[in-house]
Write a protein that binds this ligand. Structure first.
Ligand code: 6GU
Length: 222
């Protein structure tokens, strides 16, 4: 998969692409992530990317020209263009699965007080990562990229994500490592028993119990 990210703050992505599973996926050639500075596409002599909004108020607005030009350079028949905005569709694991099957994502990070409304016409979909306001779409685009890349075949073992929280709208069951007794807090006996059927049963029950307690809204969707 190829992911092109358009931003006015490309340095924010330095750590993101150079650590952990994302770095490994890039090194293995399973994903190519290119971070593009929107400013590089500005035809303005001062390389401006934003200007005052018509009608006043609300501060600086991202201009259409650099973003239109960037998307027109990068887009092919196989591209899906995503606009990051708090006004988008709330992001869910199901959407991460759908996006992980795409060949090419172009992700536009909105910033400042807003972006020119005409930029919306470039997007196949608009995504929000939750009901709160961020200073820009950069962190949100990393959330989307991270959640999608880990689902690409070969990035992590399949086993690690078939049991993810939110699969089947259930939260994860509890996991433990050594020692079996830490400060008097003991690992449930069943996990030490080696009895796989009982372990599976325990985990299913714990998943359900945890979801009932913490996220009853998820159970209604099942
Ligand atoms: Cl995608 N962008 C911004 N600026 N804030 C957000 C968001 C996106 N999703 C939730 N809050």
């Amino acid at each position: 998969m190829k992911i092109d990210i358009l931003t006015i703050f490309p340095n924010m992505f330095d750590g993101f692409v150079s650590e952990s599973i994302i770095k490994r996926a890039i090194d293995k050639g399973l994903v190519e992530i290119n971070v593009h500075n929107i400013r590089d596409y500005s035809t303005d002599k001062h390389k401006r990317v934003d200007d005052y909004g018509f009608g006043g108020g609300q501060g600086m607005v991202l201009m259409p020209q650099p973003i239109f030009d960037a998307v027109e350079v990068l887009k092919t028949d196989e591209s899906k263009v995503i606009l990051m905005t708090p006004q988008g569709v709330p992001y869910k694991q199901e959407c991460a699965y759908d996006l992980s099957l795409e060949k090419h994502l172009i992700i536009i990070c909105g910033h400042y007080e807003g972006f020119d409304e005409r930029i919306r016409t470039l997007a196949d979909m608009e995504i929000s990562i939750g009901d709160y306001v961020l200073t820009g779409g950069e962190i949100a685009s990393m959330v989307i990229t991270d959640s999608v890349v880990r689902l690409i075949d070969g990035v992590i073992e399949r086993e690690s994500h078939i049991n993810d929280s939110f699969n089947n709208n259930l939260l994860d069951y509890p996991v433990y490592t050594k020692p079996a007794n830490f400060r008097g807090m003991c690992v449930p006996d069943v996990l030490l028993s080696g009895h796989h059927a009982n372990i599976d049963k325990f985990r299913k029950e714990e998943s359900l119990k945890r979801t009932e307690e913490r996220r009853p809204d998820l159970l209604e969707k099942r």
